[in-house]
Design a protein around this ligand. Structure first.
Ligand code: GLN
Ligand code: ZN
Length: 774
């Protein structure tokens, strides 16, 4: 099936590997350095060891060309800022005094200087540090890190390929530095930046690099004509350099679209394309531009973002088609393996039905090597792998876990009416007003109260078996009493139970739903030294029993005021998990929605009149390409409505969102048909209230008036000012008063003071309203 010449040279490669080490050694070393337990030399030594271990592991597995430079003490975009010398003015003194301490000052800030802003790396759950650039920014090459790390790999006798963030992506990810006009476009600095990349490439060439990889994931997003032009110019210029290594431009996370013909024509030697998920469209697009004659194609056929085994037969078919389209075809994961945990073999407690289907970074590396061998040496050489893979995939299809007949039947029977409240909003609003009897500008919170050291200790004791279930429940109940009594004293109108029993808003539910699996060691980097262990949504989802009713009912039994029930919504349950790849996301979302719908209905039956379904991830899961937004928002909003539509008109449904600009999804927010939405807004001075108003948002809203990301206590005047601002956009009958988000990361003293001020401010503004209205 293979054309000999192209296939013979097939290599296996990866773009990046998890940095942390099998026992999160990197986290320990970096945090040890911050705490002064180890010095800079010890941190460097630990890093060198981790890099070497990764490369050896990759080479032993059969990877022909190992990546270098992907390692980072904190973040690879911050490393690029150092590489090109774009240190913000406020950090320059610290960096000059001590490069390592200055590096961490940029990442984390110091007592006197703010850190760089952090934001999501495309649509992953990894966060990078945003470069700050302005018209006065000058660049200078500082190749020490990539050159040193390349030399380390070569010293081990390996073929290595340095990986850098490309100049277009670097500039497109940057923002105007503080004090620079918001209209400033960092991409206008391209001509200043390219000579610096030329220097870095020359330095790597001098160190012996044959190939260098330049990552340009920003080109898989919708790009303007000017941006595409800049990409074209950048690679024409870099390609035209005399003293340079061969250039491999890598794209991932989606299809290249309009950027594909540009890069195909550019004077570079190789292109890396993603062929998984929506990026599979790259295949036809590549054929349409006549392939990559004379170039190297690196084919990302193993999904670098999920945790599932590859369909090797299908990948080989894709690779076979690609062979005719390039001079040489290499095999890789769709993106860096940074976004998956290290080793599925380390998981001993996962149901064997699921365990055999898991592929983390180590297993994905083996798949890449197997595919490269099959492509290069013929499929007979991997016959045993193919047979085993077919058996596993067949088992997945046949398993009761992935095909629960009851769940399937219920999902198939869903009708449009199931996703709609029985009464239109105006009727519901009247029924709720009568039922709840709330004042104008009702006050509430978003759900969690401080997660104290005592609560964490209680959970640890429970896990360790030193505390039994009854003992643990007593502690939680004591906490709930505390939270309820404080809210009554403070005069809050709609109370919450405080979420004391929840470790994490997704994990708590994942642990109680059938179809989810938890890992023991499945850590992935979220940012810096923060790692998370996302649950794995592995099978059909069902709910064996109520998950929250017990705690909400207990809280309600303590008060005459309404206590709001709290759930994590279906979209967020998917967004912060590893999701299955054997059915459309919309199908999975519908299953989760039905399970949550039962919880909502049970809460109502237990006497809960206000129920909040949180969807903080609704905005962040938006696909990278605008063309894909409508389809996503259709299933996402349907899942939310399915979750919340089973209740009576007088039961009030709330939702909550945060960490985002909501302007571009106001229509979707409207489509949720929630009775009340609370949104983060304090820092942006209620901007979102105006966005909702401009859209004509017809229902109730609580733009946050207390910034919970800061220990600062807002005083009464400040809250009142924000409320009056909110009233210019939203009429008093529809305006709620609440913080930006949950209070779990805050301390009790701040929370007491802040909420007391919030209630006082609401009363103050309320009294002026009743004075002026007849
Ligand atoms: N109900 C959750 C809380 O208060 C919401 C958290 C979130 O929006 N991220 O903690
Ligand atoms: Zn929030």
């Amino acid at each position: 099936m293979t054309t000999k010449s192209a296939a013979a040279a097939t290599r296996a490669t990866v773009y990046g590997y998890p940095r942390q080490g099998p026992h999160r050694e990197l986290k320990k070393a970096v945090e040890g350095y911050w705490a002064g337990r180890i010095d800079a030399d010890a941190l460097r030594a630990a890093s060198v060891e981790l890099r070497r271990a990764n490369w050896r592991r990759l080479a032993d597995a059969g990877i022909h060309e190992v990546p270098t430079g992907d390692f980072s003490l904190y973040d690879h975009v911050l490393d690029t800022t150092v590489l090109v010398g774009a240190i913000p003015t406020r950090h320059r003194a610290a960096v000059d005094a001590d490069a390592l301490a200055g590096y961490f000052a940029m990442a984390r800030g110091t007592r006197d200087v703010a850190p760089l802003e952090m934001t999501k790396w495309f649509d992953t759950n990894y966060h990078y540090l945003v470069p700050e650039l302005g018209p006065d920014t000058t660049f200078s090459a500082n190749s020490a890190k990539p050159v040193t790390e390349f030399a380390e790999a070569v010293a081990l006798g390996l073929t290595a390929r340095p990986v850098l963030v490309g100049p277009i992506t670097y500039l497109l990810l940057a923002k105007p530095a503080p004090g620079v006009s918001a209209d400033f476009e960092p991409l206008t600095l391209l001509d200043r930046l390219l000579p610096v990349y030329a220097q870095v490439l020359a330095d790597l060439r001098a160190a012996g690099a044959e190939w260098v990889q330049l990552d340009e994931p920003a080109l898989v997003q919708d790009r303007s004509f000017a941006e595409l032009n800049a990409a074209s110019r950048a690679y024409r210029d870099l390609g035209g350099l005399v003293d340079r290594p061969k250039l491999l431009v890598a794209s991932y996370f989606d299809r290249l679209g309009e950027a594909l013909p540009i890069l195909a024509k550019a004077p570079i030697e190789g292109l890396a394309l993603d062929f998984t998920g929506p990026a599979a469209a790259n295949l036809d697009a590549l054929a349409a531009v006549g392939g990559l004659p004379g170039k190297r194609l690196v084919a990302g056929v193993v999904d670098g973002r999920n945790v599932w085994i590859n369909d090797l037969g299908r990948s080989l078919a894709t690779l076979g088609t690609l062979l005719g389209l390039a001079d040489r075809v290499d095999v890789a994961a769709s993106c860096s393996l940074l976004h998956v945990p290290l080793d599925a073999d380390a998981e001993r407690d996962i149901d064997p039905q699921i365990a055999r289907l898991l592929a983390f970074a180590r297993q994905k590396t083996e798949e890449i090597v197997t595919l490269a061998r099959g492509l290069g040496q013929g499929t007979d050489t991997i016959a045993a792998h193919l047979a085993a893979n077919r058996t596993d995939l067949a088992a997945r299809k046949a398993s009761a876990l992935t095909r629960d007949p009851a769940v399937r039947a219920r999902t198939a029977a869903v009708t449009a009416a199931d996703g709609r409240r029985s009464r239109p909003y105006p009727e519901r609003a009247a029924a709720q007003r009568a039922h709840l009897g709330l004042p104008l500008l009702p006050t509430t919170t978003i759900g969690s109260f401080p997660q104290t050291a005592e609560l964490r200790a209680a959970r640890a004791e429970l896990r360790a078996g030193r505390l039994d279930d009854a003992g643990y429940a007593k502690r939680i109940e004591a906490e709930i009493r505390e939270v309820i009594s404080f809210q009554e004293q403070a005069g809050i109108d709609v109370l919450v139970h405080g979420e004391a029993e929840r470790n994490d808003m997704v994990q708590y539910f994942a642990e109680q739903l059938t179809g989810y699996a938890a890992t023991r060691h499945g850590w992935v980097q979220s940012y810096g030294t923060r790692y998370v262990r996302p649950p794995i949504l592995a099978g059909d989802i069902s709910r064996p029993g109520p998950m929250t009713v017990r705690w909400t009912s207990f809280a309600q039994s303590l008060s005459d005021r309404p206590v709001k029930g709290m759930l994590t919504g279906p979209v967020t349950m998917l967004a912060w998990s590893f999701v299955r790849d054997d059915q459309p996301l919309g199908t999975t979302a519908r299953q989760v929605a039905l399970a949550l719908r039962d919880e909502v209905d049970d809460l109502e039956a237990a006497g809960t009149s206000v129920i909040q379904v949180d969807e903080p991830a609704l905005r962040e899961t938006l696909p990278l390409r605008t063309a894909d937004h409508a389809a996503y928002l259709a299933w996402a909003t349907e899942a939310f409505r399915l979750t919340t539509s089973g209740v009576r008109a007088e039961t009030q449904i709330h939702t909550h969102m945060c960490y985002a600009e909501f302007g571009d999804i106001v229509q979707a927010i409207d489509d949720l048909d929630a009775d009340v939405i609370s949104l983060e807004a304090a820092r942006s001075h209620m901007q979102v209230a105006h966005e909702l108003a401009a859209h004509g948002y017809p229902r109730e809203a609580g733009p946050g008036v207390y910034d919970i990301h800061s220990p600062r206590i807002p005083d009464t005047d400040e809250v009142a000012r924000l409320l009056r601002e909110g009233l210019t956009a939203i009429p008093a009958e529809r305006l709620w008063v609440n913080p930006d988000c949950g209070l779990k990361t805050r301390g009790w003293p701040e929370v007491r003071a802040s909420l007391t001020n919030l209630v006082t401010a609401a009363r103050e503004v309320r009294s002026t309203l009743s004075n002026s209205t007849p």
